[in-house]
Design a protein around this ligand. Structure first.
Ligand SMILES: [Zn+2]
Length: 172
């Protein structure tokens, strides 16, 4: 794994997000300055800060002292916190959730995680300045592949059960 996928983890101060209560991921200065406008970044550079990973929480980054920066302040769309396309997954190589879904629908699987892994091995990723989380996207990409497979299976199941469901709906 390339060095960009390793994050400094401060074990001493795991401050939870003031809005959702989940413990975010520590982010470095280079991530804040790349993702945020200078004013928003400056307010957080002075304190220990984290990236909130909760999809439904609008907080993007928060400081140990409770200050927050919302996702609207990001220069890029924060895929993790969006449900409507385009949902960026991999910021270094430009893969979106729709790419994963399309591939899974067409082939039943996805080559995207292994393609990203190959790029990471070749040291061509720049997660710490491109991804709002400052971390490697592979976890999110693998999650998206899993979700796309579940959605595909569900669609097939629904199609198989369609006549029965229509009858039940009329009765209900
Ligand atoms: Zn949060």
């Amino acid at each position: 794994m390339a060095g960009c996928c390793e994050l400094p983890v401060s074990e001493s101060a795991k401050t939870p997000c003031p809005r959702c209560g989940a413990i975010g991921l520590a982010v470095g200065d280079e991530t804040l300055t790349a993702i945020l406008e200078p004013d928003a970044a400056a307010s957080l550079l002075a304190v220990e800060r984290r990236f909130c990973r909760t999809p439904a929480c609008s907080v993007l980054y928060y400081g140990a002292d409770g200050r927050c920066v919302d996702k609207g302040a990001s220069r890029v769309r924060v895929g993790l916190k969006e449900t409507d396309d385009p949902v960026p997954l991999c910021y270094c190589f430009g893969f979106e959730r729709a790419d994963v879904r399309r591939e899974v629908a067409e082939t039943g699987g996805s080559t995207i995680p292994s393609r990203i892994t190959a790029e990471v091995r070749a040291d061509r990723c720049a997660c710490e300045v491109k991804n709002p989380s400052g971390a490697c996207c592979l976890g999110e990409v693998n999650k998206a592949v899993k979700e796309a497979k579940v959605a595909l299976a569900r669609t097939r199941e629904e199609r198989a059960q369609e006549p029965a469901t229509a009858v039940a709906a009329k009765r209900g």
